[in-house]
Design a protein around this ligand. Structure first.
Ligand code: ATP
Length: 739
């Protein structure tokens, strides 16, 4: 203490008050020492804990999170927990949607609504660990602690789960746990396909889990399904073959053709058959751009199906959403905005130096909103248009560039093969092409057989049905095994012979390749419990469908015509406006130049004087106008000649003025002529007559109202020349038109 005092003494001096200060400083030093000791202790404890306890982190963004959540929800301890969270949200792929009607494949952990009313939506309740609470679980001789939390206050941030293994020096226990969770998850998922959708952050989000669709439910012309299945299987088994030859281990399938012909359904069925997940991506999404697409393509797992639906929509997004006019307007707005911004920043740069920063941050904020791309409204759309920069080369690179994942099956669908760039569909990118047409008779028969149950399903008939060799073949489609379904909503099972007869009859009545399979399916759905009625009514349905089509065609044609008519009208309007503007400019250009009356007085052309006596000035017959006007200007020139006798200086300008007046009238004539000719060339609209009359009226008014100060009458005492122009006192006889 004495040492401390001797250290402090020279600083505070020898006075008595310094004793208090010394005590204060003692306290500070003591506090600091205690705090340092506390921190060191805490660090040591953490170090000690970390050396004995294992920690594993799992994020909602990644698959293991789903595995562990399922595993956790199945733990018996968990079921007895005194604190848990309940949810009906689709938190795991296995929940399969809150409204799934099938409960056969669900784990026991899910609790259901008690009342089993047919048709009522069943709500599944899942128990999960609560947030921000540490739970303890016993697993294979180890106590595990689990904690779920969300980083920060952002509710959209992914959830995290942390696992602590108590007193375990090896991390094997946590590895075992993850592997077991994965196995259990996959065992559950075996009957379902997981569907992932791309998100705007360049990641894949699990979106849905669907029951596998049996291959037999897809009705395609013979050989197509078989070919596709064997090709995909062959590809998946030949990784080494590809590696040995240095060929990228990727394969692309292009399914093109009419809508509703089974393209998506086939992909779904293949995914089920090969037990692959589907990673779907819509290239027409607002947020998609080259960089995001490349990231997404690099992130798909090795064995999966990547599905690009409506491939042709990738580059028509902007034209589809915005017309050329809109684009033009946008460009103009941008220009205006730019110039405004520039002038703003110029002006404010004088007053403050920080303006530029503000502008930059504003634009970057807009960009961020666009990138987030959710419910952005019109502004967000505008901002997004900056972000939407998916190019063909970007797409090609994403598909088979160096960053593209290997081992995936790429399926692309399109309704418009002709819209695709050849580079996109070349072999190597799209190796197998399949054309989907409207339903052939063979497909119609197969669809009918798939729709109605047969006793054959129950007795499992062994009689083989011959397989046709071509779609046009008259042989029956092979009866494909279907999964058993309860017959509650369908007809009673038919005998094979009756079913075969009805199916053939149905197919005969359906025109070949005229209707899509989807529309035939729609018709059969209406009669799903009455196969005989379905056969009887199919001809009427075909007629109805044809009539509807004709109607739709007519309506489309009408709409198109109406649109064209509107466009023509708009064009005419624009043309007329342009002509009017031209005429105005012409009149302005032909207005007499300022004439020097005297060294001190300058005569300026007066502004157009409003016409008061237009009745007289405007001739009802446009043809009469030029003559009248000419005679008028002649009389004017005669009068002005008289004036020129009095004032010799003015004579030159006088004659020029009168000649200009002549020119004016003749130009108006020619204008009105050209107008009438252009009108007659345009469409038979009733508007044509009226604008023409208006046009001649306007030109007459111009003539009447353009006042030439130099053509003054003799009694010019009524006019006073002012220093800077002319003031109108009154017309000599009180009427402008009399001049
Ligand atoms: N060949 C088919 N076999 C079985 N069902 C089919 C077939 N074609 C269409 N369907 C049925 O029609 C509906 C639409 O089919 P799907 O979505 O697969 O057609 P698509 O060709 O992908 O249509 P789009 O091009 O409009 O996306 C589905 O319910 C499906 O069951």
């Amino acid at each position: 203490m004495d040492t401390f005092r001797s250290l402090v003494q020279p600083l505070v001096g020898p006075s008595a008050s310094s004793a208090g200060m010394i005590d204060g400083m003692k306290l500070v030093v003591l506090g600091g020492t205690v705090e340092t000791a506390r921190r060191m202790g805490s660090r040591a404890w953490n170090h000690f804990v970390n050396s004995f306890f294992l920690t594993a982190h799992f994020s909602e963004d990644d698959y293991p999170y789903d595995w562990l959540m399922l595993w956790l929800s199945r733990r018996p301890e968990w079921q007895r927990s005194r604190e848990f969270e309940t949810t009906t949200r689709l938190s795991t792929p296995l929940s399969g949607g809150s409204n799934s009607s099938s409960s056969d494949d669900l784990p026991e952990v899910y609790n259901y609504d008690e009342d089993d009313v047919p048709g009522k939506v069943k709500t599944r309740v899942v128990f999960q660990p609560t947030f921000n609470t540490t739970h303890t679980i016993y697993y294979r001789g180890h106590w595990l602690r689990v904690r779920r939390w969300r980083k920060g206050d952002d509710m959209n941030a992914p959830l995290k789960t942390r696992f602590y293994s108590v007193v375990a020096r090896s991390n094997t226990i946590l590895k075992q746990l993850v592997l077991q969770a994965k196995r259990e998850y996959e065992a559950e998922a075996i009957h379902r396909i997981q569907i992932y959708f791309a998100d705007s952050h360049g990641g894949w989000r699990w979106t849905d889990s669907r029951h596998k669709r049996p291959m037999s439910s897809i009705v395609l012309n013979p050989g197509v399904k078989e070919m596709l299945l064997s090709d995909t299987k062959d590809f998946l088994n030949s990784e080494k073959w590809y590696a040995d030859r240095g060929i990228p281990f990727r394969r692309g399938y292009l399914l093109h053709g009419v809508p509703g012909s089974g393209k998506s359904s086939l992909i779904h069925a293949i995914a089920g058959e090969l037990m692959l997940d589907i990673y779907a991506l819509s290239l027409s999404a607002a947020w998609i751009n080259d960089a995001t697409l490349t990231t997404l393509m690099g992130r798909v797992p090795a064995r999966c199906i990547v599905l690009l639906e409506d491939l042709d929509a990738a580059f028509t997004r902007s034209t589809g959403r915005r017309s050329k006019k809109d684009k033009k307007k946008d460009r103009k707005d941008k220009k205006d905005k730019k110039s405004k911004d520039k002038s703003k920043s110029d002006s404010s740069a004088n007053s403050s130096g920080n303006t530029n920063n503000a502008t930059t941050s504003g634009s970057s904020r807009r960009r961020r909103i666009g990138a987030s791309g959710i419910n952005g409204g019109a502004n967000a759309n505008d901002a997004m248009s900056d972000v939407n920069t998916l190019s063909l080369s970007g797409l090609l690179n994403a598909l088979d560039g160096v960053a593209a994942a290997e081992g995936r099956l790429l399926f692309a669908t399109t309704n418009h093969l002709d819209h695709l760039d050849p580079a996109l569909s070349r072999p190597g990118r799209m190796d197998v092409w399949i054309d989907f047409k409207n339903a052939s008779r063979w497909q119609a028969e197969a669809l009918f057989r798939n729709f109605f149950p047969s006793c054959e399903d129950d007795i499992n008939s062994r009689a083989p049905t011959p397989t046709p060799t071509s779609p046009s073949s008259s042989a029956s489609p092979k009866r494909q095994p279907r999964p058993k379904a309860p017959h509650t909503h369908s007809s009673a099972p038919l005998s094979p012979s009756i079913l075969s007869k009805l199916a053939k009859e149905f197919a005969q009545k359906v025109p070949d390749e005229e209707f899509s399979v989807a529309s035939l399916q729609g018709y059969l759905l209406r009669n799903k419990s009455r196969p005989e009625d379905a056969v009887k009514g199919v001809e009427t349905w075909v007629e109805e469908e044809r009539r509807n089509r004709e109607k739709q065609k007519g309506a489309k044609k009408k709409a198109k015509e109406e649109e064209e008519r509107k466009k023509r009208k708009e064009r005419r309007k624009e043309k007329k406006e342009k002509e009017k503007e031209k005429e105005k400019e012409k009149i302005k250009a032909e207005a007499p130049a300022p004439v020097v009356l005297s060294p001190s007085i300058t005569a300026q052309p007066l502004p157009a004087v409003p016409v008061i006596a237009t009745q007289e000035a405007v001739p009802s017959d446009p043809e009469a106008t030029p003559k009248k006007s000419k005679s008028k200007s002649k009389s004017k020139s005669r009068k002005s000649k008289t004036t020129s006798k009095n004032d010799v200086d003015n004579s030159d300008s006088d004659s020029s003025s009168s000649s200009s007046s002549d020119t004016e009238s003749s130009s108006s004539d020619s204008d009105s002529d050209s107008n009438s000719s252009s009108d007659s060339s345009s469409d038979d609209d009733d508007e044509n007559v009226e604008p023409r009359a208006r046009q001649s009226t306007t030109s007459t008014m111009m003539r009447t109202s353009t006042y030439n100060p130099l053509s003054l009458p003799d009694n010019s005492s009524n006019w006073t020349a002012a220093q800077n122009g002319w003031e109108i006192a009154a017309p000599p006889n009180g009427s402008w038109s009399a001049w």
